[in-house]
Design a protein around this ligand. Structure first.
Ligand SMILES: Nc1ncnc2c1ncn2[C@@H]1O[C@H](COP(=O)(O)OP(=O)(O)OP(=O)(O)O)[C@@H](O)[C@H]1O
Ligand SMILES: [Mg+2]
Length: 270
């Protein structure tokens, strides 16, 4: 068992990051997928995660939403989400605590998985009504505002099967935002889309970055997009952050050989 006394019960001070991974290790059986990961994301920051297939990018996001970790602690807004306090120390969180602790986190993944039997509007209203206990009227108002934001208000009464991939993904983003997350996670949200609709979705994310003080962690294989909108880019390799920095530095002046190799490989594939 890990000695948990090295981790604070809460992060305190003026500069508490919105998300903080402390010494996080994740393994599946004998395969260690993330190793002693330390990563702080400040409020309102847009951090992109790039790296080769299998380097642990999706796993980083999954740790915030779905999975238990073997070592370390993850804090959101200063509070541990992987652990809870008991008798003055940290113990692994139980399911009830986990559900509550993850409320400030929203996610959008490659396969948007809208509820097929519900319209775009109903998809957005479902969480606020069922999970947050909002009135239908308030949930509708909020959902309509968000569908407006993502440019889908005209199609609010359509079912997903009648929408293009880009349109479905925009509804999925609105649906996630309807829960008013403090942190949004995006995992390759454009990679299942036809090239002609990718821009619709990246424009919505750009708008979120420009107009909303959301903290975002985005896995992407679109280097131009990452360069364009990120405050910071993290290059993952073998379950670790090999190199990170502001986009101009990481893309134009990578320091590590592996970063250079990866970037020149994706450039020649473009
Ligand atoms: N549920 C699981 N059980 C066992 N191994 C897993 C599981 N999920 C992920 N892995 C392994 O963890 C490693 C990292 O996977 P991850 O999905 O984070 O990679 P990635 O960087 O997102 O790759 P890609 O660019 O292909 O999406 C891989 O070796 C993968 O096979
Ligand atoms: Mg992945």
């Amino acid at each position: 068992m890990e000695d948990m006394s090295r981790y604070p019960l809460q992060l305190e001070g003026a500069d508490v990051p919105m998300v903080s991974f402390k010494n996080v290790t994740k393994a599946y059986g004998s395969l260690t997928v993330l190793e002693n990961l330390d990563l702080d994301i400040r409020e309102g920051e847009m951090v992109s995660v790039i790296g080769p297939s299998g380097s642990g990018k999706t796993t980083v996001l999954r740790m915030l939403m779905l999975e238990r970790i073997q070592q370390g602690v993850i804090y959101v807004n200063g509070k541990p989400i992987t652990h809870m306090e008991k008798n003055g120390g940290l113990v692994p969180a139980d399911d009830k605590y986990l559900r509550k602790a993850r409320e400030p986190i929203g996610m959008c993944f490659q396969h948007f998985n809208l509820f097929p039997h519900m319209t775009a509007l109903q998809n957005c209203m479902e969480g606020p009504v069922q999970v947050l206990g909002m009135s239908k009227r308030a949930a509708r108002e909020r959902s309509e505002d968000l569908l407006e934001l993502v440019g889908m208000i005209d199609k609010k009464d359509q079912h997903p099967s009648r929408l293009s991939g880009g349109q479905q993904q925009r509804v999925a983003i609105a649906r996630a935002l309807a829960m008013r997350p403090k942190v949004m996670l995006f995992d390759e949200v454009t990679s299942a889309l036809d090239p002609e609709v990718i821009g619709e979705v990246t424009n919505v994310i750009k708008k979120l970055v420009a107009e909303h003080n959301l903290t975002m962690l985005m896995v992407t294989h679109q280097m131009g997009f990452a360069k364009d909108i990120s405050d910071r880019v993290c290059f993952f390799f073998g379950g670790k952050i090999e190199e990170q920095g502001p986009p101009e530095q990481l893309f134009d002046h990578p320091q590590k050989e592996r970063t250079q190799q990866f970037l020149s490989a994706v450039k020649s594939a473009d």
